[in-house]
Design a protein around this ligand. Structure first.
Ligand code: ADP
Ligand code: TRP
Length: 315
């Protein structure tokens, strides 16, 4: 089967991926790689907007590639690469900067959230959606599997493609987000969106002790007789019939319910963790995968940028 459509997504190397990242986005990468031309990258330049720590970045990048491999991304099917290995992406994002207005970017959630916190906001955070648009459009992606919180960014990419096509030449495809209705936003142990930046996650490769401690600390001050946050996380592992039964039988018994969740998460994570350890035995695996991915991604990006330069008159 020739793979006609292209899927592309990325994750920032800002810490350990968690159940929210996995069920919201990463799981789809693995499923889609069989039927789509798939590009999955490490968004290291995006992470620079909030994390300026060279050693941390090196470690997190390597860890994220191991995570990708452990969940089942196959370098023979998926082009796995590092964003910064393809400099054309920043070149393209500059061009996008020049056709985008300031008020339009000021409506981006990420910028508004950063501003609402009151500190200084760097220019990278402001133009973040345009680097993401370049990530997506450079490879002619059709579908972008992400969690609900990234929907607006994919809309920015679409709008940017339209603006470029109108201003210069029809060159870019209009990408669509791929968001699972059943997942959308997974809560963290404090009930807010599970996120590396809130320190409320259950990491995807947690140890058994971590799983136990984290689940036991899930906030359960819900008004009904069902602990909503426990239930929402539990629904990632069991169908609704199973769940209704467990939650009916243990009405109000939060400790039992948490223990059932611990058992399910542990069964799920245990084989993943083992696979990751096996893969990590080969100390060079990350370098090999990234080198291979970079060479393919660079070739595609180089071709596309030649067309872009021609379209804007910089050839
Ligand atoms: P984080 O907020 O933890 O830093 P990222 O911004 O790195 O997460 O997100 C990586 C991917 O995981 C994105 O596609 C994002 O939409 C998805 N994602 C992150 N948190 C959640 C969540 N709590 N529920 C569903 N999807 C999520
Ligand atoms: N902004 C995304 C996130 O925080 C990461 C990302 C960067 C991305 N470029 C992308 C996701 C392109 C999909 C497509 O999760």
């Amino acid at each position: 089967m020739t793979k006609e459509k292209t899927v592309l997504s990325g994750v920032q190397p800002t810490g350990r991926p968690h159940l929210g990242n996995f069920f919201g986005a990463m799981k789809q990468f693995v499923e889609l790689q069989n039927s789509y031309k798939t590009f999955i990258f490490v968004a290291d330049y995006h992470s620079l907007t909030k994390q300026q720590d060279p050693e941390g970045l090196r470690i997190n990048t390597k860890e994220l590639v191991l995570d990708y491999l452990a969940i089942g991304l196959d370098p023979k099917k998926t082009i796995i690469f590092k964003q910064s290995d393809v400099p054309q992406v920043t070149e393209l994002s500059w061009i996008f900067n020049c056709i985008t207005t300031v008020p339009y970017l000021m409506r981006a959630h990420a910028y508004k959230d950063a501003e609402a916190k009151g500190g200084e906001v760097n220019v990278g955070t402001f133009s973040y959606p345009l680097l993401m648009a370049a990530d997506i459009l450079l490879y002619d992606a059709d579908l972008v599997p992400v969690g609900q919180d990234q929907k607006q960014h994919v809309e920015y990419a679409r709008d940017t493609a339209l603006k470029f096509n109108r201003t210069f030449t029809e060159l870019f495809k209009l990408p669509e987000p791929l968001i699972l209705d059943t997942v959308k936003v997974i809560p963290g142990i404090d009930g807010r969106k599970m996120s590396k930046s809130y320190n409320n996650t259950i990491p995807l490769f947690s140890s058994n002790d971590e799983i136990k401690n984290l689940v036991m600390s899930i906030v359960t001050d819900s008004a009904g007789d069902k602990p909503e946050n426990v239930y929402a996380i539990h629904s990632l592992f069991r169908n609704s019939n199973d769940l209704e039964k467990i939650y009916d039988e243990n009405r109000g018994k939060y400790k039992n319910l948490k223990e059932a969740l611990i058992a399910d998460i542990t069964d799920f994570i245990d084989p993943l963790r083992k696979k990751r350890q096996e893969i990590a035995q080969d100390e060079d695996v990350v370098n090999k995968v990234l080198k291979h991915g970079a060479s393919i991604a660079q070739e595609i990006a180089t071709k596309k940028m030649l067309e872009v330069k021609k379209a804007i008159g910089a050839n």
